[in-house]
Ligand binder design. Structure first.
Ligand SMILES: [Zn+2]
Length: 134
């Protein structure tokens, strides 16, 4: 019996044996991976974002980071007349015209509390935002 099996193996041509070996090895080995989770994590660019939460602007100079020059500065404040300033002056004039005190309507134009505060960067003069109290 053992001699019969030895004869069978000897009679198989070498080319057929090579093909079977390659086919067998191909089926046992997994195909090379195109994508694995480990390599994808290391190949992705890591983006660090710094989020700065700025305090809301008020009517006084405040410590603020300029969006243009990235410096942390005390803002330069300019008080300008807004539509609300004119509206308040109109109401005061309307209420005081009956008693001849309509000159009081000029008060909102001289008091910063009735104006809009515009904040600027003192270094690059970039407009940073505005604040209206009323
Ligand atoms: Zn600036």
């Amino acid at each position: 019996m053992a001699s019969n099996s030895d004869e069978n193996q000897i009679n198989i041509p070498a080319a057929v044996l090579r093909v079977e070996t390659e086919t067998t090895s191909y089926h046992h080995e997994p195909p090379p991976p195109y994508y694995s989770a480990g390599t994808a994590v290391t190949e992705r660019p890591i983006i660090h974002q710094t989020i700065i939460i700025q305090a809301s602007l008020r009517d006084k100079p405040m410590l603020y980071e300029c969006s243009a020059c990235r410096e942390t500065v005390f803002t330069k404040v300019r008080y300008v007349n807004s539509q609300k300033t004119h509206l308040i002056a109109g109401f005061i004039c309307g209420f005081t015209v009956w008693c001849m005190l309509c000159c009081l309507a000029a008060i909102p134009y001289f008091v910063p509390a009735f104006k809009k505060a515009e904040h600027y960067c003192p270094i690059c003069n970039q407009f940073l935002g505005s604040y209206t109290k009323i």
